[in-house]
Design a protein around this ligand. Structure first.
Ligand SMILES: [Zn+2]
Length: 284
């Protein structure tokens, strides 16, 4: 029999951000929504007394970095994965080769859909989802179709956000949700700005470029499984052809040469998280 293994880590480990959460949701949605559930296991305190019989999953959605599982009993299970939490879907026969703690398991006739390690798990009535302490504070989800570059631009230049440094702003889920640490470095690189800049110091076209990149780099990361590099033909002609095997322009590239100008990529800390930039391309 073929053995399948579950991989929980990528080479350059990053916390799940909006794109990774949405990809997880796509997978569990495909394998779980409207499928007959054969067995259910709940190991988390918030779910111990939750009824397990007759359950069906109507819908799975992501909100920022939270996964929302809407059930047929008008309740939603909401999980926020933080550092190590992961939803996985695998064949029933797949051998588990890690020792993470199992929190939730739904088995269908073909697949086992499981939540590992997450500790932030709660149950809300579906109509009350927006009362969840994380969800109630979320700004527009960067991957949502209604979150346009124009909407992002208007938030960027608003009185509320225009004087916030990008180092904190791009991690602030109230501004735009779903952004995180690797996206922050990459978005700033593509927008030629530094993390200590703020919208009020930039001109309109710079702010428009940043708003567009907040959307485009996030969509690209979602479509390319976490890679933010722009695989444009023109770009590939100019750059090393092997760039397709690479993931980021600056993130996790401390001491390496910038793909554009060959200056050395710098690593720093901003808003308590590591950040990477090119001192030449991102000159103020
Ligand atoms: Zn550069």
């Amino acid at each position: 029999m073929l053995k399948f293994t579950i991989t929980l880590y990528s080479e350059i480990y990053t916390m799940p951000e909006g794109p990774e959460t949405k990809r997880m949701v796509d997978t569990i949605s495909r394998d779980l929504v409207n499928k007959k559930i054969i067995s259910t296991k709940f190991y988390h305190k918030s779910l111990v007394s939750f009824p397990k019989t007759g359950l069906a999953v109507k819908e799975v959605v992501s909100k920022g970095k939270a996964v929302v599982i809407r059930l047929n009993n008008n309740y939603s299970i909401i999980t926020h994965n933080q550092l190590y939490g992961r939803w996985t879907s695998s064949r029933l026969a797949t051998k588990i080769r890690h020792n993470r703690s199992l929190r939730i398991e739904f088995c269908t006739e073909k697949k086992a859909i499981r939540l590992w390690s997450a500790t932030d798990i709660s149950v809300f009535k579906t109509i009350d989802e927006n009362h969840h302490p994380y969800i109630k504070n979320l700004g527009p989800d960067v991957l949502d179709i209604t979150t346009t570059p124009e909407l992002i631009f208007s938030r960027l230049i608003s009185d509320k956000f225009k004087n916030r440094q990008f180092s904190g702003l791009l991690l602030n889920q109230r501004f735009i949700s779903g952004l995180g640490n690797y996206l922050r470095s990459e978005i700033l690189f593509y927008s030629n700005c530094m993390y200590d800049d703020k919208s009020s110091k930039l001109n309109t076209s710079q702010n428009k470029l940043l708003a567009t990149n907040i959307k485009d780099v996030s969509i690209r990361a979602y479509n390319q499984k976490g890679n933010t590099i722009f695989y444009d033909d023109l770009m590939l002609k100019k750059l090393d052809k092997t760039i397709k095997n690479r993931r980021f322009m600056v993130f996790a590239r401390k001491g390496q040469a910038c793909y554009i100008c060959e200056n050395t990529i710098i690593k720093d800390r901003a808003s308590s998280r590591r950040i990477y930039y090119c001192p030449q391309c991102q000159k103020a």
